[in-house]
Design a protein around this ligand. Structure first.
Ligand code: SAH
Length: 351
């Protein structure tokens, strides 16, 4: 039995070297790791995947992240869904027995935006008689805004740390007050304090990122005691500074794909009862990519419900799939369940 398997069985926490070891596995050894994580997923959070209908609400963003296709400086047509369009997506999700929706978009702190989101959350609750769970992924906001949205009915929030290494974080963001690592950390703490199930994640295969950095990301997730995780391979987005600047020793997309699967598997062994998403970026590299993630420990998928005519404008990275993936077998989907994080329930037995 492998060392990581023994540690998992004995309930011993993994250290950085353990994670580096797991992330360095190849071939047959790598397959064993992924397979074990799939089994642990089945045992600890159940077989199959929860659904969250993804609503890409707006590509208007005040940030200028060096990797992202909807960064402020990119000349891409900007859109924001109308309230009726968002509610149509939510109604579709409800009628098709998805347990939850995710509203994701660029970072916008205008009072009007804050108010609209609060209203939409309340309306979605109303149209589904409280049945649809609501996850938000709308960037950094003040604690008061997080509170308002929570009070309106949102109960989960995704905010990726992108990289838990300050130096690497700095290298993929502009060096200014809008893009502070500390602010992002504080936002994660605020979300927790306001009562959300908190999700974070990182990009995998960034220029200059090492396996040790990714191992540190896994330690970070345990330290922050996250409830959910969405992480996927970094994929160049043409026209962004990070894609266009020459960087030696970039990993191939295929290497990033494998590394992302190993990250999912290592995280499942490290935090067996959290929710882990099989992210779209995997699918952008390889058809069936999300299914591979589900077999390697992930338990959440987020089919895109954004109206087709806007999708090409929410182009975070190249080759982002525009349509729903048909490679996920129906029987693997857990319809009609909120699919809350068991980890969250274990921490807060009253909820
Ligand atoms: N504005 C929100 C949502 C961001 S978009 C927020 O700040 O949380 C969702 C995620 O897409 C980001 O967190 C980032 O990790 C990912 N992303 C952006 N550009 C990417 C790229 N080029 N490759 C892979 N993932 C990318």
């Amino acid at each position: 039995m492998q060392n990581y398997h023994k540690k998992y069985i004995n309930g011993e926490p993994f250290d950085k070297q353990d994670f580096i070891g797991m992330l360095s596995l190849r071939g047959e050894e790598m397959s064993k790791l992924l397979e074990l994580a799939g089994k642990v997923r089945d045992e600890r959070v159940g077989e199959g995947a929860y659904l969250r209908g993804l609503i890409e609400y707006s590509n208007v963003c005040r940030k200028d992240c060096l990797y992202c296709g909807i960064r402020r400086s990119n000349h891409t047509p900007r859109y924001t869904l109308t309230e009726a369009e968002v509610l149509d997506c939510a109604r579709f999700a409800h009628e098709n027995n998805y347990g939850s929706v995710v509203i994701q978009g660029g970072e916008n702190q205008s009072p009007q935006h804050v108010q609209t989101i609060a209203r939409l959350v309340r309306e979605i609750k109303k149209l589904s008689s409280g049945r649809l769970g609501i996850t938000l992924s709308l960037g950094e906001q003040s604690r008061e805004v997080y509170r308002r949205w929570f009070e309106a009915g949102a109960h989960r929030y995704l905010l990726r740390i992108e990289s838990s290494d300050r130096r690497l974080y700095r290298s993929i963001h502009p060096d200014d007050r809008l893009h502070r690592f500390e602010t992002r950390l504080e936002a994660l703490a605020d979300l927790r304090a306001e009562g959300y199930q908190v999700g974070t994640g990182v990009m995998i295969g960034l220029p200059g990122q090492t396996v040790a950095d990714l191992a540190a990301d896994l330690l970070f997730m345990r330290e922050v005691d996250i409830d959910m995780c969405g992480m996927g391979p970094y994929i160049e987005s043409a026209g962004t500074p990070l894609a266009d600047c020459p960087a030696d020793g970039r990993l191939t997309l295929s290497e990033r794909f494998d590394l992302a699967l190993k990250m999912v598997a290592a995280l499942r062994l490290s935090m067996p009862d959290i929710n882990i998403a099989a992210t779209t970026a995997l699918q952008a590299i390889r058809p069936g990519g999300r299914l591979r993630a589900l077999q390697s420990g992930a338990n959440v998928i987020m089919p895109n419900l954004t109206p087709a005519r806007y999708r090409e404008n929410y182009f975070l990275y190249d080759n982002k799939p525009l349509s729903m993936d048909s490679s996920i077998p129906e029987e693997n989907i857990r319809y009609g369940e909120w699919g809350d994080s068991k980890h969250f329930a274990a921490r807060r037995p009253d909820c």
